[in-house]
Ligand binder design. Structure first.
Ligand SMILES: [Zn+2]
Length: 497
């Protein structure tokens, strides 16, 4: 067998005409234009100077190339080098200048950009509702919470290997420490704050700022029923008080679920939980978290208690702490705040505290203001636990976000990197809109890497006739139809005013 025969008679030459790579980028650019993002940023970034390249266009194009996988500003060339498909696009130095101008504009410039993105989001969400009937719900185990928008706050360390302003040692290594807010329903990035590496995980003022920015990012019509989740023992007095205030506004509903530290008083309470008060937790399919023991009977679906080992339990500690022998241990915290504990069998090799080692379980605690009067599945212990546990989905958003601009920062300057982060979060948002407004099936759930390979990086031929240009995706490309359909859907969106 001739294993090298593939190259027989193959010539490689230049001179190909009408060839376009990364053809799927037109979808993101079209989406930014149709939602009014481009025009909004153009107004937000307008200056009195006479500029060849509109700064809003440059900012949108930067977000598009970040979504496309650019990790450095020179990645901008993918647009600039293909004017036949994208028209006259700024050069790499101009992209740098635009980013520096955003950085130099400070918080006021940042606020103008945020307003432009939020205005585009209002139109995008209206289009999502028009297409799907509603904004997607919040999945909790096997159930769905409809009509509620869920904001997830989380801090994450971004490792830096070169000298960068603000890159400092922290509990996870060396780098920057952004605090981010994501919308669980749509996977959009709603808010982000780029902080030095030494910034605390639970710094109250940062959480309050990101929370407020994230809520403002949600279109006003959708702000009346919110969920807010935060983990990593994030419950500071200031954050809980703010959430409590927001929840108390007439006509508004806000249910929070925030991680809580396991301290001495919580340990004492855990010792006093009666065995029967622990209820079995459910897994992602809503089934009891239990496992067959070694030496169980041959019937794998038997109902013998001795054949199963329960893996995780939930109990409420509120009563024990509020009304225990030592008096109200939660005095000073809002009256409606409830404290819960989950205990799990530790994985072999898991890091356990002395307490957990002695006890044989590993504990996680959190607080919520879910009223005790809530009926149905949402009020059940197992689902109160499941609703907190799905906070972990934010880790997927951050992981894919790190593959979309926030995993690698281009500059030494913290301000410039903050501007890059803003555009990176916009990139993640454009990808979310693309999935929800123009894609179907697997593609509507695909992560950035998959979308790049199948959609954004597709090759095409640009054909010109009398007055039209036609971008023809390679006939053999398995997703050619999906790309063409997506363009039709984007073209059919109403024009932003
Ligand atoms: Zn059995």
């Amino acid at each position: 067998m001739n294993v090298t025969g593939w190259s027989k008679g193959l010539e490689v030459t230049g001179g190909g005409e009408g060839v376009v790579s990364h053809a799927g980028l037109v979808l993101l650019r079209g989406l930014a234009d149709k939602t009014g993002l481009t025009a909004g940023l153009s107004r937000a970034l307008a200056s009195n100077r006479l500029l060849v390249h509109d700064r809003g266009r440059v900012a949108v194009d930067l977000a598009c190339v970040i979504a496309d996988g650019a990790e450095v500003i020179s990645g901008f060339r993918i647009l600039a080098d293909q004017p036949q498909a994208h028209g006259l696009v700024a050069s790499v130095p101009t992209a740098w200048r635009a980013l520096s101008e955003i950085a130099a504009g400070g918080p006021r410039m940042q606020a103008r950009i945020t307003r432009a993105v939020n205005a585009a989001r209002r139109r995008a969400w209206a289009a999502i509702e028009a297409r799907h009937g509603a904004i997607p719900g919040v999945r909790v185990a096997d159930k769905m919470i409809e009509g509620v928008i869920c904001i997830r706050l989380d801090a994450s360390v971004v490792a830096c290997h070169s000298e960068k302003e603000g890159a400092e040692p922290n509990f996870k290594g060396f780098g920057l420490h952004p605090l981010l807010g994501y919308c669980d329903n749509t996977t959009e990035a709603l808010a982000g704050m780029l902080r030095p590496g030494s910034a605390g995980s639970n710094t109250t003022t940062d959480h309050l700022t990101v929370l407020d920015t994230a809520i403002t990012a949600v279109p006003a019509r959708h702000r009346r029923r919110l969920m807010v989740t935060c983990d990593g023992a994030g419950a500071s007095h200031g954050l809980i008080e703010r959430l409590d205030e927001l929840a108390a506004r007439p006509g508004h509903q806000l249910v929070y679920s925030v991680g809580w530290e396991l301290g001495e008083r919580e340990r004492r309470a855990l010792h006093r939980v009666p065995a029967q008060a622990w209820q079995i937790a459910v897994d992602g399919r809503g089934q009891a978290r239990e496992r067959r023991i070694d030496g169980a009977c041959p019937d794998r679906r038997c109902a013998h208690a001795r054949c199963w080992r329960q893996e995780a339990h939930v109990a409420e500690l509120t009563g024990l702490l509020r009304e225990g022998p030592d008096g109200d241990q939660l005095a000073g915290w809002p009256a409606g705040m409830r404290l819960f504990a989950r205990r799990e069998r530790p994985h072999p090799g898991a890091q356990l505290s002395l307490f957990e080692e002695a006890d044989g379980w590993r504990y996680s605690l959190w607080v919520t203001n879910l009223p005790t009067t809530v009926r149905g599945w949402r009020g059940q212990l197992a689902y109160i636990d499941a609703a907190h546990r799905v906070h972990a989905r934010v880790e997927d958003a951050i992981r894919t976000g790190k593959d979309c601009g926030i995993g690698k920062f281009p500059s030494h300057s913290l301000a410039l990197n903050a501007a890059w982060m803003t555009l990176s979060l916009t990139a993640a948002t454009l990808l979310a809109w693309l999935r929800l407004l123009a894609l179907d099936g697997d593609l509507a759930r695909a992560e950035p890497k998959t979308l790049r390979y199948r959609i954004l990086h597709a090759a095409a031929r640009l054909a010109r006739s009398a007055r039209r240009r036609r971008l023809k995706i390679a006939a053999t490309w398995p997703w050619a139809g999906a790309i063409a359909t997506a363009w039709t859907k984007i073209a059919a969106l109403p024009h932003a005013p």
